[in-house]
Design a protein around this ligand. Structure first.
Ligand code: 9MR
Length: 608
């Protein structure tokens, strides 16, 4: 490690590892926005004290409105701290308060039913700002600093071909495709069908849930800052369509025969290429030939854009989301819905014909998103197609899947999509009989129970207790919150809603770093995301991030050169740093911001 890296790593350790130094006294850790009037309200106090400590809450006029004693929890593994818990749930009156102990007090916090209104809109606006193929305008982006010319307009890409680092010679494909549009994935400007799929599904699911449960349309036309506002269509759908249209362009033209590795999952020397009928499959991704430097605003990217071979996983992501599209737009834009329906069926048939074409990460310049187990993607696509068409073929595929009516394991993620299918089936009307639907709802509630059982194991009361914290942990927490929210929808039981609040509290400040992991939100927000345009930290001529963007979060296996020094020196929930270079802990991504939108929208719904 060179000197500069060492210095960076040392600074990171000091900033990010509370276990190594005594936490500041009376450092109350709580959601930096505050609390909703109803439901759980918890704060954490890192302290080695072995006896409960007296606390009090004061209002704007310095009147004491609540007093209590901490609960001593002791050593907490995830944070590496001895902690006390403080339960403020008795506080319900809207206002601004402080939590105090002796002569030290917390920052002011609010109790407010509208706590998440701004966040839900900011988090949603991220998707507009990550659009490819369109100029980003100051009036929609929230300020002139975030305006930029269109990136990759037009984007016509040929297929990657030639020798990879293992000497495999990739044959490419006989065409170029115009794949203009869609969302850039993250800090990089790759566009990936796997990962785009879960992000797109999540926004569409938020819309479908509102409709299915008769909840208010929080993103009704004109409520968001979007070029399409005023077109008579819900803004969630306008944004989602930007990605969906791109997905449709990634589909392989009919009559295409391609040579790809079949059944092989890794990039080893001597890959065997076999000819397949690739008609209707989806190209896995389009991205740069080489990684670009930071900063590289999208319109200044001079790299060649390349299409990468179709994969079965991308094909099933297309089938699933196009099936959603077909039913959602049926009464809004029948022509578009028809295109989606045709694409979904073609994709499904193509995946059935080619069930084992795995994405092999053979070239630099873009992310891998290689998934080596596709049973869950087949189940998800069958579920969405069944809901949309009611056809017996999809019903048969669904029933034959080991995921159907099986326990829902863990939270969804880009390589784990089974619960997306289960959620759609549990939520939406379909030809499924009532018993099956009830069983699917129960399986989601059981998953939520598992998350609450995990919460009981944590000092910080987070419904998340993995042995090691993975890349993108914040999104794992929010995807758990999404299932907890549905469990509350299905049962009406408050404890699931409290679990959602606990998850959001972690994201917004009740964590060992006293950080809000969302830009522009709370007193100590993340400010230096890994991103190629919002790179103010590295180049003062560039803007910082707009508000509402989620950091990937603590990663106990941090692997980038900037954050790697944390490894082995941080408690799992504290392995994080606010540095633009630290992409394995502080990148931003569409599949992470999507559950932030979903959960903040859910929390800002008026209570029934
Ligand atoms: O979110 C992805 C994470 O699950 C993987 O562990 C990681 C390493 O392969 O990649 C993450 O995805 C990145 C993608 O490959 C490229 N764009 C940025 C994504 C977020 O960091």
């Amino acid at each position: 490690m060179n000197k500069r890296l060492l210095a960076v790593a040392a600074a990171a350790l000091l900033a990010a590892v509370p276990a190594m130094g005594a936490p500041p006294p009376h450092q109350f850790l709580l959601n930096q926005l505050g609390f909703l009037p109803e439901g759980a309200k918890h704060a954490i106090l890192p302290s080695p004290a072995t006896q409960p400590l007296e606390w009090q809450v004061t209002d704007e006029r310095n009147r004491v409105v609540l007093t209590g004693r901490t609960t001593v929890y002791g050593a907490d593994a995830a944070s590496g701290q001895p902690i006390h818990r403080i339960d403020l749930s008795a506080l319900r009156t809207p206002g601004t308060y402080r939590l105090a102990m002796g002569d030290s007090a917390s920052r002011p916090f609010r109790i407010d039913a509208g706590l998440y209104d701004r966040l839900r809109n900011d988090a949603f606006n991220y998707f507009y700002q990550t659009r490819a193929g369109i100029a980003i305008e100051a009036r929609f982006a929230g300020g002139p600093q975030w305006a930029r010319p269109a990136g990759h307009l037009p984007e016509k890409a040929a297929c990657a071909a030639g020798a990879d680092e293992n000497g495999n010679v990739w044959p490419g494909c006989p065409y170029t495709l115009d794949v203009t549009g869609g969302w850039y994935d993250a800090g990089d400007q790759g566009k990936y069908v796997v990962n785009g799929g879960i992000a797109l599904w999540t926004l569409l699911d938020l819309y479908e849930r509102e409709k299915a449960l008769g909840r208010p349309s929080l993103y009704a036309d004109g409520k968001a800052r979007l070029p399409e506002a005023g077109n008579g269509v819900d803004d969630l759908l306008d944004e989602a369509r930007w990605e969906m249209e791109f997905f449709l362009k990634m589909q392989v033209p009919d009559g295409t025969r391609l040579k790809v590795p079949v059944g092989q999952k890794r990039n080893v020397p001597s890959l065997v290429f076999s000819e397949i009928d690739a008609s209707g499959m989806a190209h896995h991704k389009v991205g740069d030939e080489h990684w670009t430097r930071l900063p590289t605003p999208p319109h200044l990217d001079t790299e060649r854009r390349l299409l990468f071979p179709p994969s079965t996983a991308a094909t099933l992501n297309l089938a699933a989301t196009a099936a959603q599209c077909a039913r959602i737009w049926r009464r809004i834009d029948a022509v578009f819905a028809g295109r989606c329906r045709t694409a979904a069926k073609r994709a499904w048939n193509a995946a059935k014909r080619n069930p084992e074409v795995y994405a092999i990460d053979a070239f630099p310049g873009s992310g891998g998103y290689g998934d080596r187990d596709l049973g869950d993607e087949f189940y998800w696509a069958a579920a969405e197609l069944f809901i949309t068409t009611g056809k017996p073929d999809y019903a048969a595929a669904l029933r034959a899947s080991p995921y159907f009516r099986a326990a829902t394991a863990g939270e969804p993620g880009w390589p784990r999509t089974a619960s997306l299918g289960t959620i759609s089936l549990a939520l939406l009307p379909s030809r499924l009989d009532a018993n099956d639907r009830a069983a699917l709802r129960r399986s989601l509630v059981a998953a939520a129970d598992g998350f609450l059982a995990d919460e009981a194991k944590t000092g910080y009361r987070i419904p998340y207790a993995p042995p090691g914290w993975p890349w993108g942990s914040n999104a794992s927490i929010l995807n758990r919150a999404l299932i907890l929210a549905l469990a509350n929808d299905f049962t009406g039981e408050a404890r699931y809603r409290d679990g959602v609040i606990d998850a959001m509290d972690f994201i917004l400040g009740r964590n060992p770093l006293d950080r809000s992991f969302v830009t522009g939100t709370g007193a100590r927000p993340m400010t230096n995301p890994h991103h190629r345009f919002w790179t103010h930290q590295l180049d003062p001529a560039m803007p910082g991030p707009p508000p509402g963007v989620l950091s990937g979060g603590p990663n106990s296996n941090a692997s980038d050169p900037t954050a790697i020094g944390l490894r082995g020196h941080c408690a799992p929930a504290a392995c994080w740093m606010d540095d633009a270079r630290a992409f394995s802990v502080n990148e931003v991504a569409i599949n992470w911001n999507a559950p932030l939108v979903w959960v903040s929208a859910w929390l800002s719904e008026p209570r029934r």
